[in-house]
Design a protein around this ligand. Structure first.
Ligand SMILES: Cc1cc2nc3c(=O)[nH]c(=O)nc-3n(C[C@H](O)[C@H](O)[C@H](O)COP(=O)(O)OP(=O)(O)OC[C@H]3O[C@@H](n4cnc5c(N)ncnc54)[C@H](O)[C@@H]3O)c2cc1C
Length: 390
């Protein structure tokens, strides 16, 4: 599966995969290498991606909402979904984000908590990449603590009227449908909002230094009127968004290792061909120490991802275990990306190589779907029984 035979031989991760899993990983990797990688530097530099076109290609590949059943979703295993995330993120975390937000957040919310009409209306088109979704939970003043959200949905006869705003919403400016979480007189509820609804505005977040090959938006809702049927009927309270976040976090456990692997492959190749003091950089002990240490962390992270994937498929996975994986794999991936950058030295700071692009992207990946600190607190609570969030 990796492009570096020696790394492949040493980690031997493929030997733990079924033939079907290996085939899927190879397919997604080839797609990413052929259809995305050649354009990534330009997209990152411009801060623009052809999101609709990419979504349609991902839909044709069958990876959008691939872990969901029915409604023209692929019904694949969690591990297969994770492997697809790994291969897409080996190209760029922004493209894996597009897939995660579509499949794990927006589609999962509708699939698990939506009415039959909502599912029929949106899921087949979203699986095909014909309709794009976004997921509005975070607000300008409430990220780690979404319970404090100020966006409010009020009943007006049979309708709902929503006022408020959301921030940092991936796919926000390109979405056809937004899953919006709002406080009601009772509890937090989710709403399925077509983005052409009057009162809905999405404004692009500019000047990002991370995840530039991804669209990020602020959303605002001004007297946004929705029919009673827009609410997700099957969930209330934070369980709704947290269930979806857990799905997206799961994908990141694999995805972050894809970015790390791409950096390590790049550094290995570079070190083999860069001549310093008349011999390849790869022949120096200090370089080998770096490469060896990074390989250990990559391999441990990949094994952890697979362990967590197998548990999810067995139905035994606990949310705190997802936090273990997200915390470790994001933390180690960004360390690997930065260390690889040192091997490429000056060349490493350009978009001619992917290492600093990955490192910058991983800053966001460490932050969204629960920051590292939040995951430390979740793991801490699981270990001690004491909640230390407040
Ligand atoms: C590129 C990008 C895309 C995103 N996409 C989406 C999206 O599609 N939908 C969406 O809803 N959100 C999205 N987010 C938002 C993301 O989930 C939040 O940024 C994240 O939850 C952190 O919230 P915050 O930035 O408000 O940080 P804060 O919550 O303000 O945290 C600030 C600092 O405090 C720390 N902290 C928090 N709680 C504690 C505590 N109890 N003890 C000690 N320290 C603590 C945090 O770890 C952090 O270091 C995205 C973010 C980015 C950067």
């Amino acid at each position: 599966m990796t492009a570096h035979p020696a790394l492949d031989k040493l980690t031997a991760i493929d030997s733990l995969l079924s033939e079907e899993e290996r085939d899927l990983a190879t397919t997604v990797r080839s797609f990413a290498d052929d259809k995305l990688r050649p354009y990534l530097a330009d997209w990152f530099e411009a801060g623009e991606i052809p999101a609709r076109e990419i979504a349609q290609q991902l839909g044709a590949l069958g990876v959008l909402g691939m872990h969901l059943d029915g409604y023209e979703c692929a019904g694949a295993s969690a591990t297969m979904y994770g492997l697809a995330c790994q291969e897409l993120e080996a190209a760029d975390s922004g493209l894996r984000s597009l897939m995660s937000v579509q499949g794990s957040l927006a589609m999962t919310a509708i699939h698990h908590f939506g009415s039959e009409e909502q599912k029929q209306e949106w899921l087949p088109r979203m699986a095909a990449g014909e309709a794009l979704g976004c997921f509005g939970l975070t607000e300008p003043d409430f990220g780690s603590d979404p319970a404090g959200m100020r966006t409010r949905a009020k009943r007006d006869g049979d309708d709902w009227v929503i006022n408020g705003s959301k921030m940092w919403i991936t796919n926000g400016t390109v979405a056809d449908v937004a899953v919006v979480w709002a406080q009601t007189d009772d509890k937090i509820r989710g709403f399925v909002v077509p983005t052409d609804t009057k009162g809905f505005t999405a404004t692009e977040v500019k000047h990002k230094l991370s995840l530039r090959a991804s669209k990020t938006a602020g959303l605002s809702f001004e007297d946004m009127r929705l029919p009673g049927s827009a609410v997700l009927p099957e969930v209330s309270g934070l369980r709704g968004p947290l269930t979806c976040l857990s799905e997206a976090r799961f994908g990141i456990i694999f995805g972050a290792m894809g970015a790390a692997r791409d950096c390590l492959e790049t550094a290995l190749e570079y070190a083999g061909s860069r001549i310093i003091y008349d011999k390849p950089l790869a022949g120096f002990q200090l370089t080998q120490a770096k490469l060896a240490d990074m390989t250990l962390e990559l391999m441990k992270g990949q094994l952890l991802a697979l362990h967590i994937g197998r548990q999810k498929d067995a139905g035994t996975l606990q949310p705190a275990q997802v936090s273990v994986g997200k915390l470790n794999n994001c933390r180690e991936a960004i360390k690997i990306a930065r260390e690889c950058r040192t091997i490429l030295a000056a060349n490493g700071i350009t978009l001619d190589y992917p290492v600093l692009r990955h490192a910058n992207n991983l800053e966001s990946v460490m932050t969204y779907e629960g920051t590292s600190e939040v995951h430390q607190l979740i793991v801490g609570q699981a270990l001690t029984g004491e909640a230390a969030f407040r």
